[in-house]
Design a protein around this ligand. Structure first.
Ligand SMILES: [Zn+2]
Length: 364
């Protein structure tokens, strides 16, 4: 193998039959090499560092080696060395993430993605079970700064999922969660901020996740839309959780677009929604849908942080009890909303805050 290239990390090399090797198991990229003779098999194992040579491969011609190398490159199995060895705040330096991240990238450079996560700031507004689980998942995955917005007390019904314990009941949610995140990763930076401001903190975050109950309030994120800050809506409803839309202001339909579409179907929706927002009642979050919703939300957040377009951009995922199997609902910009004008007129005249992160990325 050329010294500058290596076998894509975490690739399984499996012998299926004499003369037949399989690289990888994921149907998105797994390939088989067939018709190999014993020397070629040995050379492939030795070259990829997957098994010590047990027979002599010296009889392999240079032309045949060149052909096999080309086939490995065509199958995207050879990648360059990592560009950096940046330290990730994730437990174990992010090694648990690196294999999967590397498999997904054309250049296999998981460390570059982990470095991007380490630089990222994500704000979480609403720290019940969904918010706490989301925050702990993001910390586990190596996000460097997590801003916490919820000064209300930990309820006994918050305990368990997400990490709150009985000893935390009565303490401020943001304070209790700060301690939990510090126990997961001593290197993660946390900030507590008022619940009232969706962005808050000492600088604009890369994105904000707003967790609400019963019905989303587009007014809460109006400032984020105007400031060009990406945000994800999560709404815990009667018997399901709605994850989405993920809004990159100026690029995707916003929460107000969703509300306007719904009001076309149900003209009474605005007054119904307002009543739902005004309800003053305990905000419980059922275990299974809360766990799945938090994980799905974390996936959307990390997709954005890692440079992809989240699937819930222009869509919502409904996660219903009891089995929590997500259902995708597409949405679109509403002509009366006007949020699309941000595309040509960003608020400060500069490119949108995270517009550089909009290019999709994938190995295929
Ligand atoms: Zn809109």
């Amino acid at each position: 193998m050329p010294s500058r290239q290596r076998l894509r990390p975490a690739t399984h090399v499996l012998r299926r039959a004499p003369g037949e090797l399989q690289f990888g198991t994921d149907p998105r990229w797994a390939v088989r090499f067939v018709g190999l003779d014993a020397a070629e098999e040995t050379w492939m194992h030795a070259m990829t560092g997957t098994r010590p040579a047990r027979t002599d491969a010296s009889g392999l011609s240079a032309a045949r080696r060149t052909t096999l190398l080309r086939l490995l490159r065509d199958a995207r199995l050879l990648v360059p060395p990592p560009s950096s060895t940046a330290v990730s705040p994730a437990p174990g330096g992010g090694e648990a993430e690196a294999g999967v991240l590397g498999a997904l990238l054309p250049d296999g450079d998981a460390h570059r993605v982990l470095a991007g996560r380490a630089r990222a700031t994500v704000a979480v507004v609403g720290l019940g079970r969904v918010g706490a689980t989301l925050a702990t998942t993001l910390t586990t995955a190596g996000v460097g700064t997590v801003t916490l917005h919820d000064t209300s007390p930990v309820l006994v019904t918050d305990v368990g999922l997400g990490g709150y314990r009985m000893r935390d009941v009565g303490a401020r949610r943001d304070v209790a969660l700060t301690r939990l995140l510090g126990e997961i990763s001593p290197d993660v930076r946390t900030r507590c901020a008022p619940s009232s401001g969706a962005a808050g903190g000492s600088g604009p975050p890369d994105l904000v996740v707003v967790i609400e109950h019963r019905a989303a309030d587009p007014g809460r994120v109006r400032e984020l839309v105007g400031d060009g800050v990406a945000h994800l809506s999560v709404v815990v409803r009667e018997a399901d959780v709605l994850v989405g839309p993920f809004v990159r202001p100026g690029l995707d339909p916003c929460l107000r677009c969703v509300d306007l579409h719904r009001a076309e179907i149900d003209p009474c929706w605005p007054q119904v929604a307002q009543q739902l927002r005004d309800v003053s009642a305990p905000e419980h979050e059922e275990s299974v849908v809360a766990a799945v919703a938090a994980s799905v939300a974390a996936g959307q957040v990390l997709a954005f942080v890692d440079g992809s377009v989240p699937r819930t951009a222009a869509a919502c995922l409904e996660i219903p009890a009891p089995d929590a199997m997500p259902r995708l609902r597409e949405t679109s910009r509403h002509p009366l909303c006007g949020c699309g004008e941000l595309t040509s007129a960003p608020p400060d005249g500069a490119p949108l805050a995270r517009s550089a992160r909009t290019s999709g990325r994938g190995r295929g």
